[in-house]
Every structure is written in C-alpha cells, then in structure tokens.
Design a protein around this ligand. Structure first.
Ligand code: ATP
Ligand code: MG
Length: 489
C-alpha cells in the first residue's frame, strides 16, 4: 500500500505522494491541488473544501479554523479574541474541550470537536489519494507546526485516527519544506532558514545541511500569526470605516461577515501583485453598499505589528541556533503569505535579496516533504524490526516519561529509528541516550552520526514531542546489540 503525505493547513490542505522519483501533489475532484480547510455540516451530508464554501445551509454550520481551535480547552483562553468576533460559527467549551456548536439553541444542537472537523478534511484527502491510486490508502505522514503543544499534537493524532488513517509520523512543517527543498536542489553544506508564513501560523526553522543530511538547529514562530490575522485586520478596518458613514453594524450579520472575509482576502492577495489602490466592495441592501479603498501602504500600516513580529521570530531562531544573520546561506520562502512584497522586502533587507529562494512552490512544499518521508518509511516497512529495550532506568528518574523506540535494521551498519513519547509524557527535559556501558550523549555523538545525536538533543527542547526518524550509518555497528534508555530529566 502506498504511504501518503498530508499538509493539514489552517486555510488550505493538500495530499502528495512520491511517484517516479519525485513528490507530486494530487488534484481533487475540482481539479485543484489544494482544498480549502472548510467543512459544511448539512442535513444529510458533510461537505469539504470548495463545495462547503458555497453550500446552502445555515452559515453557523460551515466550520473552519479547526487547526486554530484544536487541542484547546477553554474557549475563552484562546489567544483569538479578535478572531472570535469575526467567526461565523459558534464556539463553546464542553468537557474541557473547545469546539463548535451546530444548530445552536435548537433541539438539534450538537457539539463538534475541532479534531472531528480536521478528520473530515483528512478523509477528503484520503479519498483524493485513493481515487488517484485506485487502491485503499491507510498510512500517512501528517505535518504540524513546529511548536504545537502536547494537547494539539494529541488532538491531531485523534483526527488522523478518526479519518481511518494510520499515522506513521507527525512531521514539522518547516522540516517538511526543508526536506522537499533539499530533494529538489541538492544543496551543498550550508545553513538554511525556512520561513513558512501560512494562513494561520508562522513557522521558522534553521537547519544545517551536511553531506546531504539535514539537521534542525532551532525552531521558532507563532501559532497565531498568519494570513487569517492579516485578513482580520483589513476586515476591522473596513467595518470601522463603514460604520463611520452609516449606522449599520456588519458584525451583526454573519452572511456579510463571510462575504467580507472573502473580499478582504482577495484584496490582500491582489495587493501582492497590483500596486493598488483596491476597492473593497459589497452590496448590502437597496442603496447601501460597502466601498472602501485599500492601498498597499494602508495595508502595511494596518498589519505593521504582524510583519514586525515575523522578523522578531526570525532573529530569535537565528540566535537560538547560535548563528549570526550573515551565516545563513539560504532563506527558503514557504506558505502563501510569503507572496506579500513587504515580507520579501523585510527579509531581503536582513539577509540580502540574493539569499531569498523562491524556487519551490510555496503552497505545496510542505506536502511534498511529507510525501518524501512517507515514501522513505514505506520503503523500510519490509525490513525486519529489531529489538531494542529501554526504560530500564526511566522509572528511577524523577519526572521521567516512557518512550517507545522502534528500529528497523536496514543493512548491517544501518538502522532506522522512530522515537515516540507516550501521551502522558513529561514536560520539557533533556533526552539522554545511553548504551549498556552508560555511554553519555556526548560520547554517543562521537560514536555515531553527530547529526542524529544532535537532533536528539534539539528534540528534547520540544515538549513531549519526538516522533522523528533518522537513518544512522557511521560506526553504528557498535550499537546494534545494546539497549537504549531514554528519559527526561
Ligand atoms: N498572493 C498572495 N498575497 C498575499 N497572501 C496570499 C497570497 N496567496 C495566498 N495568500 C495567503 O496565504 C494564506 C494561505 O497560505 P498557506 O496555504 O500556505 O496556509 P496554510 O498552509 O493553510 O496555513 P498554515 O500553514 O498556517 O496552517 C492565506 O491567508 C492566503 O490569503
Ligand atoms: Mg501551511
């Protein structure tokens, strides 16, 4: 069975496979490569993507932003106060889960969790892959933002399960983009920065490329900094400008809010290629219409703080990697919001324009990376599992948490590892890797691939989330028969 890669995005999602030596994104029934991450709950059917956008049902049953809600407990704790006013669906908290309320206030009222909504999107992508391949698909690599917290990760895993898929790996979005870029360009030894500015999140990763291998040196970003936030800023501006001239509150009318969001997004996207001004227009009733002019300068002013924050996170990532700006060799732009000229200008001013790379499809790179990893995992599935024991000392260590280690023997000197924490895992900690001779991680780094051991150390900064895989080659024969004990401190 073919393994697939899925980019589960805030605004758009897509599925890719590895075919004929390269990753390809699959097109849906409407001929597009990406699906809007929108789900409509009708009387008898659930629709996903473009059909959901135009489905004739109560607007509050058309759900989006599940990636922003996923894994949250109390709705009012969400760092999305502004978004909430502009949402056209109803949200609430049930059993300590933030989710959606369908048919609110009627006998048919129903609570739907964000993971159920994400599962519908995943099902659609599964079906897309099955139609293309003409066979059932089960195994999947799904991407997530680099700094998703444990609850968000756990909820994403539940979504994958609900969709009837078998999760092979959760891969961080910028790492996925780096894998895709490296596959395409085969970069020499260098330091690269992935700048993934999408619809909902900003993800930044700094990676080292050595002998064709990638290792993550630092990550940073913001789970609530994306194109949706820019759209909301424009919407606020239009609503306020309109309210100054007319005694009419658009916010009271969900249908108008929905249309306004579409118009504002279109205006924002157009301003990336047109110098402007753009007219944001919407008929309301009889003589009443919205007509608000938006120039590039005004857009940049409205979103000034958002753009400055993107640079703040870039600098933070560079400093956590222990590098200087000048030591970054390539800046790879991924995600739809990198098409904004000001974003490119700000990055160009920092790094020099020559370092910005636009030669990868910003909408598909993440899914491509997931498909490449999916293919690697599929290839190795037929290899025998080898038995490595661990956790022998874990119970003696305060706050330790269990890890599962799975390894496959590829060749005599090559082993593929998968590491997973269990869900009740501890908090941040240091991962140490020992062999039976109590080899410390430093020694371990010398003995086997530096890169992998380094990643183990890096991964330890990521709360309860490991899930990485790596192929070990160098000198690994020393370790084939040893036990590993992995714990957090
Ligand atoms: N030409 C453009 N100019 C400005 N913004 C654009 C342009 N094209 C797309 N976008 C914006 O990019 C965003 C979608 O990007 P992308 O598909 O990378 O996000 P996503 O993967 O759904 O989100 P995330 O990765 O944050 O979960 C939307 O906000 C969209 O408006
Ligand atoms: Mg994305």
């Amino acid at each position: 069975m073919v393994y697939i890669g899925i980019d589960l995005g805030t605004t758009y999602s897509c599925v890719a496979i590895f075919d004929n030596g390269r990753p390809i994104t699959l097109f849906n029934d409407d001929g597009k490569h990406t699906v809007p991450s929108i789900v409509a709950y009708g009387e008898e059917e659930i629709l996903v993507g473009n059909p959901a956008l135009i489905y004739n049902t109560d607007l509050s049953n058309i759900l989006y932003d599940s990636k922003r809600l996923i894994g949250w407990g109390i709705v009012h704790d969400l760092p999305l106060a502004e978004d909430r006013q502009l949402w056209t669906f109803n949200v609430d908290t049930r059993n300590k889960i933030a989710g959606y309320i369908l048919h609110k206030g009627t006998p048919r009222e129903k609570f739907v969790t964000p993971e159920e909504v994400s599962a519908e999107i995943l099902k659609k992508l599964k079906l897309t892959a099955e139609t293309y391949l003409g066979q059932e698909v089960r195994d999947v690599v799904v991407t997530i933002p680099a700094f998703f917290q444990a609850e968000q990760i756990a909820a994403t895993k539940r979504a994958v399960e609900l969709a009837g898929l078998n999760l092979r790996c959760l891969l961080e979005e910028p790492s996925a983009a780096a894998i895709a870029y490296n596959k395409k360009r085969k970069l020499d030894d260098s330091s690269i920065l992935i700048f993934d500015f999408g619809g909902g999140t900003l993800d930044i990763s700094i990676l080292d490329i050595k002998n064709g291998n990638l290792s993550v040196k630092a990550v940073s970003g913001d789970a609530h900094l994306g194109g949706q936030d820019l759209d909301s800023k424009i919407m606020r501006y239009v609503i306020d400008t309109f309210a100054k001239s007319f005694n009419f509150d658009i916010c009271d009318r969900p249908r108008l809010i929905k249309r306004l969001r579409t118009e504002c997004r279109k205006a924002k996207e157009s301003l990336s290629s047109v110098n402007g001004p753009i007219n944001i227009h919407m008929d309301i009733k009889d003589e009443l219409e919205v007509n608000v002019e938006l120039t590039r300068e005004r857009f940049q002013e409205l979103c000034h703080e958002n753009f400055q924050r993107t640079i703040y996170y870039v600098l933070r990532a560079i400093s956590s990697a222990g590098l200087k700006v000048t030591q970054i060799d390539h800046v790879i732009l991924v995600g739809g919001s990198t098409k904004i000229p000001l974003v490119q200008k700000l990055l160009g001013e920092r790094f020099g324009e020559g370092k910005l790379k636009f030669d990868i499809n910003p909408n598909e790179a993440v899914a491509h990376g997931a498909a490449i990893l999916a293919h690697t995992l599929q290839k190795y599935e037929s290899m025998p599992l080898i038995n490595l024991t661990l956790n022998e000392t874990a119970s003696n260590v305060p706050n330790s948490f269990e890890m599962e280690i799975l390894a496959r023997k590829l060749k005599d000197h090559e082993i593929l590892f998968y590491l997973n924490t269990n869900e009740s895992g501890g908090t941040e900690g240091t991962v140490r890797i020992f062999n039976s001779q109590n080899c410390t991680v430093e020694k371990f780094m010398k003995l086997c691939s530096d890169q992998w051991a380094y990643e183990a150390a890096i991964a330890s900064d990521k709360v309860r989330h490991f899930n990485f895989e790596k192929t070990l080659t160098n000198s690994f024969r020393y370790f084939m028969s040893v036990s590993f004990k992995i714990f957090s401190k």
